[in-house]
Every structure is written in C-alpha cells, then in structure tokens.
Ligand binder design. Sequence first.
Ligand SMILES: Nc1ncnc2c1ncn2[C@@H]1O[C@H](COP(=O)(O)OP(=O)(O)O)[C@@H](O)[C@H]1O
Ligand SMILES: [Mg+2]
Length: 253
Amino acid sequence: MSTPLLEVNNVSKHFLGLKAVDGVSLTVQKGEIVSIIGPNGAGKTTFFNLLTGQLEPTAGEVKLRGQVINQLAPHDRARQGMGRTFQIAKPLIALNALENVMIGAFMRHSSMAVATEKAMVVLERVGLAHLARRRAGDLTLSERRRLEVARAMALEPEIVLLDEVMAGLNQSEVGKAIELLKGLHADGLTFLIIEHNLKVVRAFSERVVVLDRGRWIGEGTAEEILTSPAVIKAYLGEGHMGGQTKQTTEVNA
Ligand SMILES: Nc1ncnc2c1ncn2[C@@H]1O[C@H](COP(=O)(O)OP(=O)(O)O)[C@@H](O)[C@H]1O
Ligand SMILES: [Mg+2]
C-alpha cells in the first residue's frame, strides 16, 4: 500500500478538562472521499483544526505524504497542498468574489495578472464567474459557500477539507453542490468532509468515520454506518439523524 496522503495518529485536543478530540486516528489515500459525521460537539471541527494547524494537538501526530507536519503553520500546510473551508464562512465581505479568490491564488503566484487569471478559472469552475465583481457580502448563502470552495481551490490543493459546506442549502442547491464536488473529485482532488446531511454523505462518500464525544466510534460505508447500533445510539436524543435517515430512504425509494 502506498504512503497515505494524510495520516493522523492518535491525535487529541484537550481544552482544560474537556477532551474535545480524544485519540483519533485516520488515514486518507489520494483520490478518496472520506466523510466525518457525528453529533454536535463531537469534535469534528476541532479535529479539522488539528489537521490544518489552526490548533496544536495535545498529543498525536499529523502526517502529509508521510511527513510529520505538526510544527507547520496553517499557511505552510496550505502551501503543501491542504485546502479547507470553515464552518462559519469568513469571506472578506467588502471585497468582491474575484478578489477573495485572488488572495488564495497569491499563495502560488506573485504576479497580479497570473493570480487574476487563475482566480477567474476557479470562479468559472465553481459556477461563480458571472458574479466575479459582486461584493462577497452581497452573495447568497449558497453563493458564499461556493466562494469558500473557490478560495480553497485557489491554493491548488491536493486535499480539501470541507466543514459542513451544504448546511442551510435547499435541496436543489445541495444537488448542484454535490455535482460540483463530484466533478472536482473526477479532476483528481481528494476530499475529507464533515457533513451533517446523510443524503450527501451517501451520494458522495466511499468511507464514513463517526466521532462521538471526541472519540472514533465507527467507520464503514454509508449503508453500514446508518445501520450500526453504536452510531444510532450516539445520535439518540439528538433526533436529527432519524429525520435525515428517513429523508434519505424517501429519496431512494
Ligand atoms: N477553543 C475552544 N475552547 C474550548 N472548548 C472548545 C473550543 N473549541 C471547541 N470546544 C469544545 O469542544 C467540543 C467539540 O467542538 P467542535 O469540534 O466544534 O464539535 P463539532 O464540530 O463536532 O460540532 C465542544 O464541546 C466545544 O464546545
Ligand atoms: Mg463543527
């Protein structure tokens, strides 16, 4: 087996007494789409922050292409091919869509002309070229989510981490977003996604990892995970998985 693109060994993050992430391991091979699901507060976003360097792990090791990257700052990890989106999108609202994407492009290209051209190609790829000059603050939720993906793409990443990019979108917007991500995957991108919507997970992901209270509690295909007693138990009391499972069943009926 070749060296995994991303390898996470036994990482933990403790906030004082709270074990937000507690000894989680995961590998992602180049070309895979791996999903992380789990109830609110399970530690999913914290786990992403450990991978991309926004937070330093209390223990454990993060490797990219076999190299330990624990000591690298977020922008160095981006330079090495890790792109990400944030659960709470942070576009620079006073800048237009193109300028937002150019900030990412400047990481790879110092020339204004080249950065502009690269950013336009990315905007076209995500279906936002017609809104290039619109202020980010004036974009709709679904357009802002696309802009987030575009900002990550502008770094020319090898792996992209998506934190709930479909949350709050309507069904048709979710459908288009899945289509976009499948296209980017076909172009060669590897994905690690945090996703609440199990319809998305099922449509998009080959392998699903479940976190609960900071811990890894299961892994498998979407079908296996949806019927796993440990996973169902973790979600009991929260209720949303039941609802989404039903929705998924209806869609596939
Ligand atoms: N910076 C922080 N300081 C203290 N506690 C935090 C911090 N970030 C997250 N937490 C806590 O860690 C737990 C996991 O949070 P989070 O990773 O956001 O979960 P998820 O993304 O799965 O909903 C939660 O209990 C949250 O309140
Ligand atoms: Mg989160």
